[in-house]
Design a protein around this ligand. Structure first.
Ligand code: AMP
Ligand code: ZN
Length: 462
């Protein structure tokens, strides 16, 4: 069975046929690097990481090229750089901008690595592809799809007949929805910026239209073309990017004569306890906030994978607790797992069906119930939920179990001496209540977690 993927462009689940199986190519819109990534930003990263892993599994590790960009041309980055300059920083504005995006990229890598995501093959920074953007803009002007006005270059939306097709919007509705900026230099309010002037105190690049900077959309079109070519397989990002960002990317690239992406994939948004995550609601947090609170990256990843990427995903405290409990149980089993170093077929089958990660997790439950610990181990590893060994936060608990074993041993010795087994029975029943099975042999005491294992109840035994 081949991979099936839902294509936003055709609104249907399609059999995925790579343009070139020797080089399957995927572009995903990456972050604007002005600050720490929030939990919602992590969703596309995790979703497309699973797809990257699946493609590599199917076509071979050397036959997939995954590109995810960094947008490092941005007002908020400039604002931080300016503030540092005003505070007395002794560097140029360009250096301060670079410093801010460097530190944000470093954080991004730390945080996304903690979620078990593999780094893409290329992570282009917009500022390193300005020449390619300028060339593409010049080409669009030459072909009559763009025009210069007051130091700006604008894309002429009316010159591309399929505009709005991806997101299924009518041009009139888009104007009515006031999602477009009206400006005196625009021939039409729908037209969007390819290039805009920079002020003297802000970073800018020389161009045929004066010193300025690129618009956001042209960045992705130019970097995808440079690194993946005029035609590639998959383009991904969050739902919120469908319009205007992806609509504009398509218009620019198609009008430049590129075939561009065959399959468009969009993840739904993340919410928190049923509400949109926002600063004003006070439920806004970053991935780093969670990691610092002691929520392991594997737990965050598990919760994300438990919802299909095309459904809104709700981050809840309850899900976090359950994910941790399940993972601890699975790690305890998987630690002993040996066998073929490959994920179980049932897990792969689920993923091949439009990345059904929730189905893949259900298959992990089956493997755990069947005590197929080798398959469980390598499937956990494949899904990025475990490295070569179980994570240290779960190992700490393994050590803890040893402490309980010693406790049972000493209570047992005392019971044998006094012939009063009531304390031992009481301890065993409390362990049973926490989902821990007690096995006593002549050699000693073994404690084993069962599927009912509850680390919080065990902790309460101390
Ligand atoms: P940005 O840095 O805002 O351009 O966003 C980077 C990525 O995060 C994009 O693919 C967005 O679609 C995605 N994203 C932003 N907010 C959310 C959210 N609440 N849930 C899921 N994805 C999101
Ligand atoms: Zn993009």
């Amino acid at each position: 069975m081949s991979i099936k993927l839902y294509n936003t462009a055709t609104r249907s689940k399609e059999v995925f046929t790579p343009i070139d199986p020797d080089n399957v190519r995927m572009y995903v819109c990456g972050p604007t690097v002005y600050d720490r990534a929030h939990l919602g930003n992590a969703r596309p990263v995790v979703v497309f990481d699973v797809l990257n892993r699946l493609l590599r599994h199917m076509y071979g590790d050397d036959h997939v090229t995954y590109v995810r960009n960094f947008t490092d041309v941005d007002d908020k980055i400039n604002a931080t750089a300016l503030a540092r300059k005003e505070a007395g920083a002794d560097s140029s504005i360009e250096e301060l901008v670079r410093e801010r995006s460097d530190e944000t990229i470093r954080w991004y890598h730390e945080d996304m690595d903690a979620l078990g995501t593999l780094r893409p093959d290329h992570e282009p920074r917009a500022t390193e592809y300005i020449a390619q953007m300028v060339a593409m803009i010049a080409d669009l002007i030459a072909k009559g799809h763009a025009y210069e006005a007051e130091g700006h270059v604008l894309f002429k939306v009316s010159s591309y007949k399929d505009y709005g097709k991806l997101s299924g919007r009518k041009v009139e509705d888009m104007i009515a929805g006031a999602r477009v900026e009206v400006a005196p230099y625009k021939e039409d309010p729908m037209d969007f910026v390819l290039w805009k002037p920079s002020t003297d105190e802000l970073p800018g690049w020389d161009s045929p239209w004066g010193r300025g900077r690129p618009g956001w959309h042209i960045e992705c079109s130019a970097m995808a073309f440079e690194l993946l070519g005029a035609r590639f397989d998959i383009h991904g990002g969050g739902n919120d990017l469908q319009f205007p960002h992806h609509e504009n990317e398509i218009a620019q690239s198609k009008c430049a004569g590129h075939e561009f992406a065959s399959v468009w994939m969009h993840n739904e948004m993340l919410q928190v306890e049923g509400k949109k995550m926002s600063k004003s609601l006070g439920n806004f947090f970053t991935v780093r906030d969670l990691l610092d609170q002691g929520v392991p990256g594997e737990v965050i990843r598990f919760v994300m994978l438990s919802t299909h990427y095309r459904k809104p995903m709700d981050w809840t405290e309850k899900k976090r607790e359950e994910a941790e409990k399940t993972l601890r149980k699975w790690y305890a089993q998987a630690e002993q797992g040996v066998g073929k170093r490959k994920p179980n077929d049932t897990v792969i089958q689920a993923l091949k069906d439009d990345l059904n990660t929730a189905g893949a997790i259900a298959e992990l439950h089956q493997l755990s119930l069947a005590d197929d610990i080798g398959a469980l181990r390598y499937s956990l590893q494949f899904l990025g939920l475990m490295g070569d060994t179980i994570p240290s936060w779960a190992q700490e608990y393994q050590v803890d179990l040893k402490a309980y074993e010693e406790l049972v041993s000493s209570v047992r010795s005392a019971a044998m001496e006094s012939k009063d087994f009531s304390a031992l029975d009481k301890l065993k029943s409390r362990l049973d209540d926490a989902g821990v099975e007690v096995r006593m042999t002549k050699e000693g005491v073994d404690l084993l977690t069962t599927s009912r294992f509850d680390p919080i109840k065990l902790e309460a035994l101390k």
